[in-house]
Design a protein around this ligand. Sequence first.
Ligand SMILES: [Zn+2]
Ligand SMILES: [Zn+2]
Length: 429
Amino acid sequence: MSSRRWRACPECDWVSALPVLKVGESAFCPRCQHELVHRHDAPAQRILSYATAALVMLLLTLPFSFLSFEMGGIRHEIVLSDAAFVMFDNNWPILALLIALSIIVLPGIFLLMVTWLYGSIAMRVKLPGTLFIARILSGLKPWLMTDVFLVGVLVSLAKLANMADIGFGWSFFAFFIYVILLARTVSIVDADWLWFALEQEPQPPSFAKRGMTAHEQGLVGCKCCGMLNSATERQCQRCHTSIAPPSPLRIQATWALLISALVLYIPANIYPMMYTQTLGGQRESTILGGVLQMVDMGSYLIALVIFVASFIVPIAKIAVLGYLSYLASKPAKLATPKKMQLYRLTEVVGRWSMIDVFVVAIMVALIQGGVLLSILPGAAAVAFAGVVVLTMIAANTFDPRLLWQAELNADEMNDAVNNMEQAGAKRNA
Ligand SMILES: [Zn+2]
Ligand SMILES: [Zn+2]
């Protein structure tokens, strides 16, 4: 056995040994091309500078004016947290909580945890709680939705632009920088480097072999730190996360979540997303109604963004995950690389469906209690947020390793071994 670090691919379970990487290089799974590790340049120093700068910007997004709205001589200003508080005032505490968590609280906690962990590594002192924090850190990543919120702000401004004068406050600019710095921090935080820096790399079980799946040889790859463990262990030897081989039983959890999301998709489309009250009376608009309204106003790009993000993506995501769950429980019928592309796509695009919920929150916060115009949230907003959250959890419960279990044939195995031998699973990022 070599002293190289071994990995079981988290997506297809294939065992390979990581090559020695230079800065900027990545190692890919020879079987499914999933990126196993990427070598960053001076990660601790860079992350510490990005994360502390992002924290400062987060603090600056809170106190000052975020946006202002002026119509018919009446001016109204909001701060960032109003987007959440206004939902609380309108008796939708769940939406208020979701918005506050995804744009302020969770990113704040994430940045503090990152600073604590990488600070501990940079100072070479083991601060209390580092292992616990490192275990939960990557689970937070999909729930940090500041980028989606920023697009939501831009869409709401485009919707309001011909109705009123909109102004940007200092906090808006701070928010913009905060979004960029947070995205940079998230992209450099890397579980592989982190666990190596914290706990080194224990040797995998002596019977481990490359070029076959971990499951076939009684091994399990840890989902959290990547370490290869014997399947007889209950916890990962390095990070102590509980480990489990790919189990078809998990598919039932995915199904349950998908069906619940599908049920909520109906009220999300039937009920109004928001109510617009003017002197002339009250008008309701559903998701599709809002899209048509944008088409009438000639804002085709916004109509397209909302139509794709709110109508197509959620139902497509439910359909794709349902299809993959079906395939994972049956002998496979589709070429596997295509399945993996579908799976990766659902993981990436799903969170962008939150745009319309954020648009409603911003418009309600900005235009409330006015004499000429006020906007109130509708029941569809909470149903829709439910669809997005449930499909995100469903994607998380789905175990892509199951898609590969029925697939293994002799040709594929030989090809993969040859590829690995030739390229050392290495290619430039
Ligand atoms: Zn793989
Ligand atoms: Zn682990």
